[in-house]
Design a protein around this ligand. Structure first.
Ligand code: MN
Length: 232
């Protein structure tokens, strides 16, 4: 036993050295867009990802909506742009009804790896509470364009951010309109569904869809279960 253990200890520095040269140490570098995200969290306590990937590796840009039972229940809309997930807390969640405008409070950019997170942020930590993957998929500019990413970037900067979602629960054309620049606090926006074939007036999708799009779990089941990294 003792010799076996010693042998494995001997081996490990060699292994670590080999690993260092072949893989990138993502967690060491803090991209400026993730500085606030990391500052707010203690990764020795929360199982949320530290992040560090600059792209999801996929061609299409990703979006995710997480239902988050923190001090108050809300839905976090995250849209991939320039290597991070631009993020908004939407207290009432999205509505498919084009006459409904939903307040969306911008929060700090999140890492792309956050798209796979479902589980529990420990009580007392930043955002403590249960997180459900409520919807996810890809998104793009709302019109055909030779450079859709440039158009998305412009829309975001202008505060007139138009896009099309291809999720499991949300599809079609949407807009985020910035209503308050928000200094020193973060900007406030409105999330609005455009009138198209995916709009449904009077339909409360947030009330209808109560389970995880990734694991089928309810908020109660997630709260009683394990934190997961659900990539598919
Ligand atoms: Mn949140």
């Amino acid at each position: 036993m003792a010799t076996k253990k010693a042998a494995s200890i001997k081996k490990s520095p060699k292994k670590a050295g080999a690993r260092k040269s072949t893989t990138r140490k993502a967690a060491k570098r803090t991209p400026p867009e993730l500085a606030e995200y990391r500052r707010k969290r203690d990764f020795s306590k929360t199982s949320e990802p530290e992040g560090g990937a600059t792209t999801s590796g996929a061609k299409a840009l990703r979006f995710v909506i997480q239902k988050h039972a923190a001090s108050s229940l809300h839905f976090d809309l995250r849209l991939e742009l320039d290597g991070a997930m631009k993020s908004w807390a939407v207290p009432k969640g999205p509505s498919l009804d084009p006459v409904v405008k939903r307040l969306a409070m911008q929060v700090e950019d999140h890492p792309i790896e956050y798209n796979a997170f479902e589980g529990i942020i420990p009580a007392g930590e930043y955002g403590g509470g249960t997180v459900m993957l409520w919807d996810r998929g890809t998104y793009t500019f709302w019109q055909r364009d030779p450079d859709p990413v440039a158009r998305l970037r412009e829309g975001y900067a202008k505060g007139d951010f138009k896009f099309v979602l291809k999720g499991k629960r949300l599809q079609g054309s949407w807009v985020l309109v910035r209503i308050k620049r928000g200094r020193p606090v973060k900007p406030q926006w409105l999330l609005i569904k455009h009138a198209d074939e995916f709009a449904r007036s009077g339909y409360d999708i947030v009330a209808q869809e109560q389970t995880s799009v990734a694991t089928d779990r309810t908020m109660a089941a997630i709260a009683a279960g394990k934190s997961l990294n659900v990539t598919r």
